[in-house]
Ligand binder design. Sequence first.
Ligand code: C5P
Length: 322
Amino acid sequence: HGLLGEVWNDEMSSSMLGSRMKKVVQNYQAMNKYGVKLPNPSGVSGRPKLTGPELLCQLKKKVEVTTLTSDLEPFSALPWASQLPMKQLTSDLGPYKSCAVVSSAGSLRNSGLGKEIDSHDAVMRFNGAPTSGFEKDVGSKTTVRLINSQVMATDEHRFLSSSLYSSGVLVAWDPAPFSSDLTQWYNRTDYPIFTQYQRYRRLHPQQPFYILHPRFEWQLWQLIQDNMAEPIQKNPPSSGILGTVLMMSLCEVVHVYEFLPSRRKTELCHYYQRFYDAACTLGAYHPLLYEKNLVKRMNLGSDREIYMDGRVTLPGFSAMNC
Ligand code: C5P
C-alpha cells in the first residue's frame, strides 16, 4: 500500500528539490565562506558506497567529539580561560544506556512521543526548543542542550535571561574556518560566541557549559562529503547531526526523533513556531539532505519505525564492534 515508500530514501540529492530550493543549495555548494579545501575539485570520492556497519565504524574512527578545555592554546593564555571546563564533555558526562535526540521538526506536533522520549536516561534538545506546553509530544526531560552561536547572540532568543537554557548541560558551537586554526576562529567567529559564553558563565557559574572544538564539525563534514556522490554545501553540519554524534559518544544506544520525517512530515519548520519552510527539513545553509542520507544508512531500526514514530536507532560508539 505504498506506506514504506514514503520514508526517507538514502540517495536524496539536490536534483530532487523544487527549483527555488535547488538554487539556494547550489549557491551554498558554490560559496565557500569557511575556506573548505578538498583533495580533488569535485570533492566526490570514487570509492564504492559503504554499508551501514562500515559507515558506523568510519564515524567512530574518524570523528572525535572534542570540546574546548581551559588548558588548550590559545585560550589558556586568556584572562577568562578558567571559565572553560577543565575536562572534556565525554569524560564528565555519562555513560548512559539509552538516549533520545529530539530534533525540533514540525512533525513532532501531535506525535504523542513525550512519554517515550522521557523514558530514556538522557535527552538532548536543540537551540530554543521548549518543552513547556509541548510535553505530550516532546517530553519534559532535558539532559543536554546543544545551541549554536546565533541563538546565543541574537536578541530574540533572550539567551542571557530566558529560563529555557538554565536546565541541563549546555554545549555551544560556532561555524569556524575549515583550517580549525583556533586563533583565526577566535578573531573571526560567525557570532560572538566567546563574549556571550563569558557573560552566561558569570550569571550561571554552576551550570556545566561546554564549547565544541571546530575540528569535530569539520571531521564530520568531511565524512559526510566522503560518502556522498555529489558535492555538498561547504558549511558545517546542522546542530541535529552534531548532537546525534555527540550522544553516540555518551550512550550505548541513541534514538533520534523526527530527524528522518515520519508520516507526519510537514513544511512546518519547528514544532513550537507557526513558520513554514521546506528548507528547515531539507536544508539550505547546512548539508542537511546529506546528513539525513547518512543517518538513513546507519539506522538499525526499521522503516516502519521511521514511518510511524520518526524514530531512528543508532548504536553508541562503546557498543560497536569495529
Ligand atoms: O532549527 P534548529 O537547528 O534549532 O533545529 C535543530 C535540528 O533539528 C536542526 O539542526 C536539524 O538537524 C533538525 N531539524 C530537522 N527538520 C526540521 C527542523 C529541524 O531535521 N524541520
